[in-house]
Design a binder for this molecule. Structure first.
Ligand code: SF4
Ligand code: SF4
Length: 290
């Protein structure tokens, strides 16, 4: 079954509002390479989608178990750090994908995470953090596109969803895939990197999916005591108590407040930097608090 949105609203990210004049000297030189590459990756994902919708199929493609092993090996060789699998949840598909214009997804999803550099994120909200966010959009975007083409070369239908924006709520899909839990700042928290990763997705008509691991991993209880991201957000954009919207989706952030500061700093990332799961790692942070 092809999957379509049930009306979940997404936020428009106006890429022209990123304040790239912040990047000076060496960072400016890097930005001149990174930013055009990011747009190229988005265009590539769009062309993969355009091609894919010409031959959409409602049929599932039954694959042997070793298919997933090949996908995992290929993903790792492309620098992807985390890989999870989950059926696409239509409630998490956005009504409008402002970046990739994707309107329809295949039955199953492969969710990917790529770590952001520790030192760069630790500089947030200064420019090295913003540039690292853009850099991972590039790296993960390229890897996602290449992997989608690899999957297609195996006779499986695939749509690549770029990490910037995207047609579906990635953190919630990552939770369904057993990669982690959601923190108070609305980001995916994983045992490996805390909140310090970006996410992307490939949707496929391949089935059955590998077994989804149970995740014995407490974040909610820790967040209730911690609240560092709430206290340190420069514009008070993180709600003390999450809001449940009419469609049942939980909102933890005042998006209007966050996005303006995000543009101003080209990626903010203070709520990643301040999270103990980023600073100390999951185990150390968790047991230090007990
Ligand atoms: S990205 Fe920055 S502005 Fe947005 S919620 Fe996090 S700390 Fe606040
Ligand atoms: S900073 Fe604290 S409250 Fe915020 S996500 Fe991290 S652990 Fe949770």
């Amino acid at each position: 079954m092809l999957k379509r949105s049930k009306g979940l609203k997404s936020r428009y990210i106006d890429q022209s509002k990123f304040n790239i004049s912040l990047f000076k000297g060496e960072l400016e030189d890097k930005a001149k390479i990174i930013i055009p590459k990011m747009f190229k990756g988005i265009q590539k994902a769009k062309s993969i989608y355009k091609k894919a919708i010409k031959e959409l199929s409602d049929e599932l493609h039954l694959i042997p178990e070793r298919f997933w092993e090949e996908v995992i090996d290929k993903a790792k060789s492309l620098g992807i750090d985390q890989i999870g699998f989950a059926p696409i949840d239509e409630n998490l598909i956005f009504e409008k994908d402002y970046t990739g214009s994707i309107e329809v997804l295949y039955e199953n999803g492969i969710i990917f995470g790529m770590e952001m550099d520790y030192e760069a994120i630790d500089a947030a909200p200064e420019p090295p953090a913003g540039l690292e966010s853009l850099n991972i959009y590039v790296e993960l975007g390229i890897a996602t596109n290449l992997l989608a083409e690899f999957i297609q070369s195996k006779g499986v239908k695939a749509i690549a969803c770029h990490p910037l924006g995207g047609p579906i709520l990635y953190p919630a899909m990552a939770v369904k895939a057993g990669l982690g839990k959601i923190g108070s700042q609305g980001l995916l928290i994983t045992k490996q990197f805390g909140p310090r990763q970006r996410l992307s997705l490939i949707t496929v008509n391949a089935s059955p999916l590998p077994e989804i691991p149970e995740l014995n991993f407490d974040v909610e209880g820790y967040c209730k005591k911690c609240k560092r991201c709430i206290r340190h957000c420069p514009v008070n954009a993180i709600y003390d108590e999450p809001i449940i919207k009419e469609n049942g989706i939980i909102s933890r952030i005042d998006g209007e407040k966050c996005i303006e500061y995000f543009y101003e700093t080209t990626g903010c990332s203070v709520c990643i930097k301040e999270c103990p799961f980023h600073k100390m790692g999951y185990k150390a942070a968790y047991y230090a608090r007990l």
